[in-house]
Structure formats: C-alpha cells, structure tokens
Design a protein around this ligand. Structure first.
Ligand SMILES: [Zn+2]
Ligand SMILES: [Zn+2]
Length: 242
C-alpha cells in the first residue's frame, strides 16, 4: 500500500518568521513585537540618499559620502530598512526558503517608510539573476518583491527588462572595487533606444554596496531610459573605507 505523504511546500503560516509568535493581520509573517523592534531600530538610523547606505543617526553626514562622493546615484535611491538581523532574516526567507508570500508584508513595510509617487515613473523592473542561478532557485526574489512594489503603485512590472549576461562570482566576499570590476558589463537591457525616455523604478531586495544597482542603471541608461530610481527593502550600513 502506498504511503500518504504531505507536500513539501509550506505556504503562508500565521507565525512570525523571526520568533514564531502569532503574526499580526496587517503584516503576515511578523508579530507585533518584532514589527515594533524593526521600526524602532529604523528610527536610530538615517538613510543616505547619496550612496544608499544607512548610518547611525548621531552622525550629521554619512561617513561614506564624507570621504567620497559617488556621482552615479543622482537619480535617487531609497531603502526602507538598515540591513540587520531582522530585515536580513526576512530577506533570506524570501530568497532561500521559498517564502515568496513575505514579499507582500515587505512591500507594505517599505511603503510605511518610503513614499513614492506613481506619476513619476512609467514602469517597475527588478535586478535580474543569471538564468542558470534562477533555474536553480526557481524564482528571482528581487522580481517577487518588485512585483509587489509595482502592484502597490499600479504601475506595469517588466520582469525581463534587464538580463544578466555574464556569470559573476559570488559578490559577498569581494570589496567594493572588486565588485564593480566583477560586474562590469554583466547586465544588458534590450537594444539601444528601446527604453526611449522611460522613467524606471529599479528594485532589488538588498543594496549592499550599490555596485549591482550602478551597473543595472548604466544598462538601462544605455537602452535610453531617461531616469532610473533605485529602491530596495534593505540597505547596508556605512562602513568607513568601503
Ligand atoms: Zn516575532
Ligand atoms: Zn552616503
């Protein structure tokens, strides 16, 4: 006799992914205490709109930008939370644990922190993944999150606008300069002129050094985009010398 087996996929639970408590209705996957902790930690950090990193609120200017002024982010960059244990756990669940359902809660949290005017954009897209890696994971977490951002703003979501054409080594072990080199020419966005005059909201789950965003932004600009604004759920904190 054949044994009855339960399907392997565990879909939305009513429990907090950070601590296991019952989650609140408005933010499935998060309990009240964890939600409040995330928001309180957010208050202690300031988001640098020049380099896209969070820094401790007691500094008057971002230490990173105090040392060097990046020019490529002139169109705008927004992240909702500093990358810490809590926001990092949400990002990892979405990315590695097939918890695509969390994208909705993360988008709600994003818009509770950041206000964007849909009239300023024509479409939303996401930082792509190399197709080999995407096949392994089955989905692109940045696109899952980006889709929810687009839905909230009632803007079209163009998932395949950008392509990662060059396979890159894992970014995490590399320093900023090495990352830039590693990513050089890794992305393309259609043919030159394809995006003539479009204003694009480019979404990623996390901004680490901004190197990926920079390369994607350059590819979109090369295809004719008029404006590219970067958004992410979380961003790294400023470290001197990064
Ligand atoms: Zn919790
Ligand atoms: Zn900065």
């Amino acid at each position: 006799m054949e044994k009855f087996s339960l399907p392997k996929i565990i879909w939305p639970t009513t429990h907090c992914v950070l601590c296991g408590e019952n989650s609140v209705l408005e933010y499935p996957g998060l309990c009240r205490r964890c939600l409040q902790r995330m928001l309180a930690n957010r208050e202690r950090e300031v988001f640098c709109q020049s380099c896209g990193a969070f820094y401790a609120a007691q500094f008057r200017v971002c230490p990173n930008c105090f040392l060097k002024t990046p020019s490529y982010r002139k169109n705008g960059i927004f992240a909702a939370f500093p990358y810490d244990e809590d926001s990092g756990a949400l990002v990892k669940k979405l990315k590695y644990n097939n918890r695509r359902d969390l994208a909705e809660t993360m988008a709600k949290l994003f818009f509770a922190q950041i206000s964007l005017d849909a009239a300023d954009y024509d479409l939303v897209t996401a930082v792509p993944m190399h197709k080999k890696r995407r096949r392994e994971r089955g989905y692109n977490q940045a696109a899952v999150f980006g889709q929810k951002i687009a839905e909230t703003l009632s803007l079209p979501f163009a998932e395949d606008l950008l392509r990662q054409t060059k396979e890159t080594v894992s970014q995490t072990a590399l320093a900023y300069r090495e990352r830039l080199h590693n990513l050089k020419g890794a992305f393309t966005a259609g043919l030159p002129g394809d995006l003539g005059g479009r204003r694009i909201l480019l979404v990623d789950d996390v901004i680490t050094t901004g190197a990926t965003m920079k390369e994607c932004g350059a590819a979109l600009a090369a295809a004719g985009a008029k404006k590219v604004v970067f958004v992410a759920f979380a961003a790294g904190k400023t470290q001197r010398g990064r």
